[in-house]
Structures are given as C-alpha cells and as structure tokens.
Design a protein around this ligand. Structure first.
Ligand SMILES: N[C@@H](CCC(=O)N[C@@H](CS)C(=O)NCC(=O)O)C(=O)O
Length: 323
C-alpha cells in the first residue's frame, strides 16, 4: 500500500502508527450528488443526479465499498450507475485495475492501470490516500466523493425521481437516533476489526478487541429485542453493520485476531446477518472470493507468507428464522 504525496506515489509498509494503534484517515473528496444539483451538506454543488453520468470504483473485498454496492442494488440503480471493480490484491502499487481475477473488471472508463491514476486525473499533484469506494463524475471528470457513508446517503434518495424507487434507509424520523448507533458501530465494529488486526502492540490490540466484543454483545442483546437495529425497518445502520458481519468469520476472526468467539456463536447476530444477506439483490454484491483473497494477500505485516486459509465458509443461505 501507499499514498500520493504531491502527485507522486510513495509506498508504506506499516498500517499502525508509532504507538501501535491504527488510525483511519478522513476521506478527502466530499461533494454530493443531489436531485437538483445543489450542494449537499459538504463540498461544492453542480452534481445533479442523472442516469449514466456517474460511475463507482469499488473493491468487492472492501466493507466500505460494499455498502455502496448494496445501496446501488437495493435502489435499482444498476442501469444508471456503472461499476468498475479493482483486483483484490492491494500491494505496493495500491489498488490495481488488473483483470486477472474473476470479477475484476479493470477500468471500464479510461483503461487506467492503477486507481491512483484516477485520483490524479481528478487532481494532478494531489496528496491523498487512494481508497475505494470512489464516486466518479464522467462529465466533469472528477471525484464527487470517496466517503462511503455519504455516498450511500446520495444513493438513498438523489436518483429517486429517475428510478421511481423511494425506499428510504435514512428516514427523517430516525436520523437522530441512527447517529449514535452508527457512531459506536463505526468506531468499535466496522473500524474496530481493523484496529484489532493492525495493532502492533498488545495493549492496543486488547483494547480494540475488547471494545469490539463489548459492542457485539450489545448488538446481540439489541437484536434479541428488535428485528433490526432501529426497530421494524431496515435502515442504513443495518447495512453499515452487515458488511462487517459478513466478513467476520471468514476473515476478521482469524486474520485480524477478533477471536473471542465466532459470529456463528452469536445466534441473534448470525440470524440477522443471514436475513440481510437474503434480502433480494444483496447476495449478488457479496464476493467471498475477493474478500478472503484480499485480506490475506494484501497485509504482509499481518500475514507475511500470504497463506490464504481454506475456511471457514458460513452458510449465509441457511434459513434465518427471524420475523
Ligand atoms: N472512509 C472511507 C474508508 C475507505 C477505505 O479505507 N477503503 C480501504 C479499503 S477497505 C482502502 O481503499 N484502503 C487503501 C489504503 O488505505 O491505502 C470510506 O468509508 O469510504
């Protein structure tokens, strides 16, 4: 992996800071596609929702990019927003647009070899991490956003007038209540697994792993009392949690040492994961082949021999028994 500094690629060997803990950097491109092209909560305006104008660059492996694929599917946006899928191996050159892995599409728009080239096309001389997902504007040839939490809110409603799909995963009456749930899940679960996995000091690892499982215990209780995180309706909070739960046993339990127990040992969370997986459209966004390969192959500080394990492969299609 690496980063762009003044437009030049620099490789980095370590994921953790000097104190042994992993700190995720904020995303840099924060504009919004809106129904009328007005500016969103952050960034500049001029990105109106249109069919065929925008393109997503994703990794099937990445839980943050996975959120955007789920929203694209649920909201009927497949024919309106194209997708390019990076190769699962993220090595010294960062994300590559190679096609020698099933499902890796290469760059459908420009034939660029590396994702960093897309960032440089948007802004030559850029200093930035080069992350997925990227929401790209083909007309202005620039990055609208590389922040998944904001991209899913755009997908949730900006194209509704085009698709006629008004399903709402960020309903006005739940927005305030969703925020603290998202915040705890982001910090201790979505990002918590990375903090445990990339820690290079025992205390940093134990802190992250303990907070992670405290939160999973809290969620296990919550999902014993309620079908979804916010009650009877599926919201963005559920989809944000799902992408981490889906990866838990195949990757985080072993590779990231999130090892107090497996997800399949937590009946409410495991049934809930299966239920969300079985929502029409979702399974098609889930690629365990990319996921298992990416993590085990791309983190030499965690898995230097790059051995890709043979399992486990939970049965996400088994009856979920909820509702
Ligand atoms: N805050 C970003 C995080 C995205 C992110 O960190 N993606 C990872 C893949 S799972 C990535 O591209 N990492 C490349 C790097 O850090 O160099 C979001 O949610 O969109």
């Amino acid at each position: 992996m690496g980063r762009l500094v003044d437009g030049e690629w620099q490789t980095e060997a370590q994921f953790a800071d000097a104190d042994g803990s992993f700190k995720r950097k904020d995303s840099g491109f924060r504009n919004w596609v809106t129904a009328d092209g007005g500016a969103g909560p952050s960034g500049a305006g001029g990105f109106p929702a249109e069919s065929g104008r925008y393109h997503l660059y994703v990794s099937y492996a990445c839980p943050w990019a996975h959120r955007t694929l789920i929203f694209r599917a649920l909201k009927g946006l497949e024919e309106h927003i194209g997708v390019s899928v990076v190769h699962p191996d993220m090595l010294d050159e960062g994300w590559e647009l190679r096609t020698d892995f099933d499902g890796a599409t290469g760059d459908d728009l420009y034939g660029l070899p590396y994702l960093r080239d897309l960032y440089l096309k948007a802004e030559p001389g850029l200093t930035s991490k080069v992350t997925v997902p990227v929401l790209w504007d083909k007309e202005r040839e620039t990055i609208v956003s590389n922040e998944s939490a904001e991209i899913i809110r755009m997908l949730n409603s900006a194209w509704d007038g085009i698709t006629g799909n008004t399903d709402d995963y960020w309903p006005q009456d739940l927005r305030e209540a969703i925020e603290p749930v998202n915040a705890r899940i982001y910090d201790t679960v979505n990002n918590g697994v990375y903090k445990a996995g990339f820690a290079t000091k025992q205390d940093a690892y134990e802190r992250a792993a303990t907070e992670l499982f405290d939160s999973l215990d809290w969620l296990e209780d919550r999902l014993g009392a309620s079908r979804y995180l916010m009650g009877e309706r599926i919201t963005e909070a559920d989809w944000r949690l799902f992408t981490t739960l889906y990866r838990f046993d195949p990757v985080y339990h072993g590779h990231f040492k999130c090892a107090r127990n497996k997800l399949i040992e937590m009946p409410n969370l495991w049934g809930y994961t299966r239920e969300l997986y079985q929502v029409p459209g979702v399974a098609g966004t889930c690629r365990l082949d990319h996921i298992v390969r990416h993590y085990h192959y791309s983190h030499p500080s965690v898995n230097p021999a790059r051995i890709v394990p043979i399992g486990p492969r939970p049965d996400y299609d088994a009856p979920h028994g909820r509702g």
